[in-house]
Write a protein that binds this ligand. Sequence first.
Ligand SMILES: [Zn+2]
Length: 188
Amino acid sequence: MPNHTGRLVLTTSDPVAGPDAALLAAALSQSGFIGEPLPGRRGAFSVGRNFLSLLAFSGCAVAIAAAPGPDPGAAFCHVHFSALTAAPRLRWGRNTRPPRCPGCRSRLLEWRRRILESPERPLPGLTCTTCGETRPPWRWDWKEQGGYGRLFVMVEEVFPGEAVPTGRLLDLLTDACGSGWRHFFVQD
Ligand SMILES: [Zn+2]
């Protein structure tokens, strides 16, 4: 199986915020970021008429396969919403690097063991092995290589850094749910 190219993940700047998925979907549909619901894929939508103008692409040639091809396993560009969870959860992938302590900038090298050993039971705090400060895992600095949230809007497939949300898209999301938004990338 080919490596997953990656996905652009949008979530609230405050990982504890709980945005309303129905309001978000309505705003993104009205603005033309998303199109029709994809049959048989819960929470998934085709890209809309203004999809390309609401993202900023770094490459010169943008090739988007916007519909499933004859091969059911082949990648095509679409947007999907995660279900809202009660607590923030980590989205991570093979591109995720150890997070940095926001106090002393040290990396938490053993993050996988510390966090992933209890994925269903979020840790109350991660203690920095350098400065001894304890913070919830979502207060660590994950850069754009992973992060926490309660609801995610994900764009498949986007290579990390290849496309970022425009200010207009972030404003749309913020206006829909009253919370700031940010982005990062993960590769399965
Ligand atoms: Zn520290």
